[in-house]
Design a protein around this ligand. Structure first.
Ligand code: B1M
Length: 222
């Protein structure tokens, strides 16, 4: 089992999506994230352990990127491999029988294209009984405002992965609060801290999806 988990992490790190994928050249013809995840699930490996391996793989490729050892195309392939794994994990985080606890409008803020963390947050919050309205990436304040208008009583979640887009997050919060002062907003993403979130005027900060679920369940809505 451990071996399978390690292989999944390696496939994410190296951007090996599946067996037919020719990238990376030294892994051509070998199983990829797709096949190993299937095998791991069949072998009874816990989805949490698979997710952790993926996060570790992303962490390693991120560090390589930071050291200029890999470039954007490699990052994109890693993201693709991780999306492939997440597609397998999604059913495990979904529980259809739970009555909706409320509506959660989620998006990565304007100027920011990172969506892996946001998608994890989406899956896990949905799995905990919230109706998630995922607006995607590079979401302008006007799009959040429109969805809030259409969904009274909703809670909003904002994600940002770049220090340069944290300003857009602050601006989004300011615009939402100016029009809908009652709407509660939780933020998350690698460059944020609890203090930064508070300075931006967010009501909550979550360092990971479970943290966000705990916060949402604590505040409740409808
Ligand atoms: Co980019 N990127 N990237 N990137 N990228 C980082 C973030 C970076 C740290 C890499 C580095 O330099 N070491 C760096 C940011 C530096 C900074 O600003 N501090 C960086 C950079 C610089 C860039 C570009 C500017 C590169 C360039 O073009 N020169 C560019 C920007 C594009 C843009 O957005 N406008 C860019 C592009 C990309 C790709 C498109 C190639 C790709 C994204 C693909 C995709 O998402 N579909 C990419 C990737 C993959 C990364 C790294 C390697 C991995 C990010 C990731 O998915 N992590 C990343 C380095 C790293 O993180 N080690 C890096 C896994 C994910 C599960 O974690 O997203 O942190 P994370 O989410 C966590 C928590 O943060 C939290 O929960 C998640 C699960 O635990 N969380 C929330 C997130 N949102 C939340 C919301 C919540 C609650 C919790 O409530 C609402």
């Amino acid at each position: 089992m451990n071996e399978l988990i390690q292989k999944i992490g390696l496939c994410v790190e190296r951007g090996k999506v599946n067996k037919v994928s020719p990238f990376p050249a030294d892994m051509k013809g070998l199983d990829g994230a797709d096949e190993y995840t299937r095998q791991a699930i069949e072998a009874g490996v816990k989805p949490d352990a698979i997710l952790q391996a993926c996060n570790d793989g992303m962490q390693r490729i991120g560090e390589k990127f930071g050291r200029n050892e890999v470039f954007i195309p490699e990052l994109l392939m890693s993201a693709k491999a991780m999306h492939t794994v997440m597609a397998h994990l999604k059913p495990f985080f979904k529980s259809g029988s739970v009555k909706s606890k409320g509506k959660f409008i989620l998006g990565t803020v304007a100027g920011d294209l990172h969506d892996i963390g946001k998608n994890l947050v989406s899956m896990i919050i949905e799995g905990n009984g919230w109706e998630v309205i995922d607006l995607g990436v590079d979401v302008k304040p006007a799009s959040f405002l429109q969805k809030i208008k259409e969904n009274p009583g909703c809670v909003v979640g904002l994600s940002a992965l770049l220090t340069t887009t944290m300003g857009n997050m602050a601006d989004t919060i300011k615009q939402i609060k100016a029009s809908y002062s009652d709407v509660r907003i939780i933020v998350g993403g690698a460059p944020l801290t609890e203090n930064i979130a508070a300075e931006m005027g967010a009501d909550g900060y979550a360092r990971d999806p479970q943290n966000a679920v705990d916060w949402l369940n604590a505040i409740g809505t409808i």
